[in-house]
Design a protein around this ligand. Sequence first.
Ligand code: HEM
Length: 315
Amino acid sequence: MATPGPTTHMERMSRRTPSPPRRPRGWRWLPWLDHGGRVSALRIAVLIALASPGTVLLAELAAGLMGAEPWKAATREAGTRAAYILLISLAVTPLRFAADWPRAATLRRMVGLGALAYALLHLTLYAGHLAWDWLAVAGEIATRIYLTLGFAVLLGLSVLGWTSTDGWQARLGRRWKRLHRLVYPLAAAAVLHAFLQSRGNANAAVVMAGCWLWLMAWRLLPGRWRAQGVALAVLAPLAAVGTALVEWAWYAAATNLPAGRILAANLDLDLALLAGPRPAQGILVAGLAVALLPALRRGLRRRRPVDSPRPPAQA
Ligand code: HEM
């Protein structure tokens, strides 16, 4: 009878503690896998949230539900998504601090790449609007300043997307952080691009500017204040005032509309109830909601039983 051959220490250990099946290293880039190569429900949820608006947009375009100028409407929609998702990618770190949610950091790259994907879709739909005449697209980009600006943002986002991998992070070392800080001026340029084509109604661009102002103000806070409810509560009205001033400056400088009356409308609560909140009011409410997160976090922590372990920090 054949007897089993001698076993090594490692073989005996691996028989006692079965390890989870290993995924091939080459598959780690799949967006629904976390850093450990496990399928992550959180990442799947974020992926679905990112992909859904684009899928709906393309389905509506294919079904002819986008009005008289469908490609133009779709271009606008994709551009708006790109800008908001870009701002959300910048909001991941503040959210991580305010909600004490370290796992949020693992989502930043995915959200940033989502913004790039929508920006590329935006350009593709614009080409569709110009009957797929890419020479005409290039001509428009070269001659219209707001399109040149949009193109510069797209190029910048592409560089950041390309170098967002762990490999590039290791290769560039400290320079990686410096390079990726460019995302703030790129986001500002995207907001300016939105303003420059907004004509009579700049509400969406003003909201984007308000988000950007809040994010920059948060970055300027000393490190120890970044997760403090009081500091965040002060930030909210400051960002709202900044938003109202940007709005006033835009209407005063670029349109014939009564900028002073538009500024005063920010204090008219009856009008807000009747016609919906002004951009600055929206920024105030959103900023105050973020300021509540630290208190909410503390309340939840107090309610958690003493012996229940904290969830793991990393995905
Ligand atoms: C080659 C690059 C780009 C081109 C050719 C381009 C083109 C356009 C065009 C033609 C419009 C106006 C649509 C219309 O009303 O007729 C527009 C609006 C807009 N674009 Fe871009 N864009 C580019 C890059 C970007 C990027 C990178 C972003 C954001 C990350 C962006 C965000 C927006 C936003 C927010 C609007 C305003 C949408 C609205 O008012 O509803 N664009 N873009």
